[in-house]
Design a protein around this ligand. Sequence first.
Ligand code: BGC
Length: 753
Amino acid sequence: MNQLLKVFIMLIVIALTIGLKPAESNVETQTTDQRVKDLVSKMTLEEKVGQMTQVTIQAVSKVQGTGKQQHQIDLAKLEEAIIKYNVGSILNVYDVAHSIEYWHQVITEIQDIAKKKTRLGIPVIYGIDAIHGANYTKGSTLFPQAINMAAAWNKDLAEKCGSITSYETRASGIPWNFYPVMDIGRQPLWSRLWETFGEDVYLASQIGSSYIKGAQGNDISDAAKVATCLKHYVGYSFPINGRDRTPAWISERMMREYFLPTFEAGVAAGAPTVMVNSSEVDGIPGHANYHLLTEVLRNELNFKGFVVSDWEDIARLHTRDRVASTPKEAVKIAVMAGVDMSMVPYNFSFYDLLLELVKEGSVPMWRIDEAVSRILTVKMQLGLFENPYPNKELINNFAKSEFTEANLTAARESIILSKNEDNILPLSKESKVLITGPTANQLSPLNGGWTITWQGNDESLYPQEKHTIAEAIQNKIGVKNALYSQGCSFTEEINVKETIEAAKNADVVILCLGEPPYCESPGNIDNLTLNNVQLNFAQKIAAAGKPVILVMIEGRPRVISSIVPDMKGIILGFLPGMEGGDALADVIFGDFNPSGKLPVTYPRNANGITLYDYKPIENFDVNTYNPQWPFGYGLSYTTFSYSNLKISSKEITENETLKVSVDVKNTGETSGQEVVQLYLCDLYGSVTRPDRQLKGFEKISLNPGEIKTVTFALNKDHFSFIGIDNKRITEPGDFVVMVGDKKEKFTLTESKN
Ligand code: BGC
């Protein structure tokens, strides 16, 4: 090639390289970095410490009382917070969900002060728990809770849920959502189990990342996107005694194997904020854990965003945990461990103490600059400097019918059919049914906590136009054939005799049991078994002699083994959200073919908590693995068969990919969705290996007789585990891959290089 041509080609290559996306985004990052640097260089220490301070809206509101919808901002207090204390962030709702217009007013008042009355005009970042939709905005689209989103095993739905929730949250003027919960749900007693995407690392990572993708898109400055927050980093979900905010003992290896990977996935998906574990692991409170907050989160997971404390938890290092002998020491410990923003939340103590600490040299200036830079970067990424105000145009599409449709689809797909003796379900629409039980005729149990209020338990605030299970059934088959009689409340018998008589006159009884709504510590229980009032009621109803369909509405798998044999059909509804009543009626009467699969193990006995990925010793000698229903389980009104499981090679090295394919056929007479689940078993390892682990899944739809081939690709990530040295490794050896009832064995060999 002649010289001139070579130079010409080189020039083209250079031009193309400069024009490529990564180069562009580099330029953008540099600009944001530079902007942040410039701004930080102009800030006083007080302004910086203020940015690190977050207060609740209660702290800047007129007092108080419990008046619904009577919230009023106290402008004097708000000005004090923003002008005198320079607070960088405000959170929460005063008491109860506001109208979207009222949110606009509140956010505008806040940003007006920040923009027009402070020296540098730095916008406030408002944060909220929009857990299953914009639950603190009246009339929002309220999705099934996380446990149900996981039960749907549908990444597209999770993404849609993220995107609609973001739309409605940002439409309310709020750009920051304290969600998703990336804690792993391996302790079924825990009152926040339903806020998780279940017990499995792979499923939760996939569903959580899909949610983030939908919530953030490619650019969180987009008018309809928000910044997500991964919580509660890390190990919060595994309290030994099952009660919220109590200690976990998690070794370094188990932390890395079971609890860190979901956060790693969330960081990789681009979440720009992380909230800290409110409790303690191995004797170190989450907020004091330098190793996890800095060494692991920053240096290993490469997290670049900012870390916010949980509610009052820095102060609690002194008042509760006693790792700090004074409130001031608590602030120092938390900030130096790696907490960038303090959810104080009622006062300015953090601000005052941190100022003192910096002035006396106990907290270095570099640490303040680091924290503030991270916070300002997220504010810039959100576009708040350009426009901190609510976007009025977004109100138009708030809770539009398309969103309700998506919500109904999510609710339907999240419902699990776990027993269907003699194919009692679906019921004919001609059947005469009796609907009974404490969860039959209320919307609040379908939604759970974080709905309109924190505990979600004020039924009077729920939208009248939405349907309870009883109403949805009555709408479907007519009131004449669908009698409702309560029977019992969650804790007391109400009109049991009358209900039994009514049962005798029905063809089928639909018995709706479970839990009232709850959230965080108020949801603590000491016994996973459903209480006797409900279990006895179920037995009495069954004794009336008519087939009983049990519908469980609950945030965690309450043990029901004593009544399972008496039930002809069982539906596990968990917390299906605002469209849950309609979705359940659709499943019961066959307008929707159930496809939900358990995202947690359903225990048979309160003390028999052995999860699906148990270790060999848990099913050895006298130990047995015998859950009520296993993880991944769920029936359909049709049947599926698996055949032709193929693997691309019987032997691969860790740097190669194993392709797996399987044919799935709908062998029944109804169209249906099947969740094709791929499990892997590493037969021998230097650390005990689980019986099986989920490593892939895909939800497919099949018409009767239709066959689809589903393929998976497995690589090093899937074969690896945390070894004796607490590092992620792969080991050569034999593996079994399992899909449906089919298995294949392959060998992982040493890398050739
Ligand atoms: C919860 C968090 C929540 C925060 C703010 C805390 O009590 O643990 O999940 O984000 O409150 O409402």
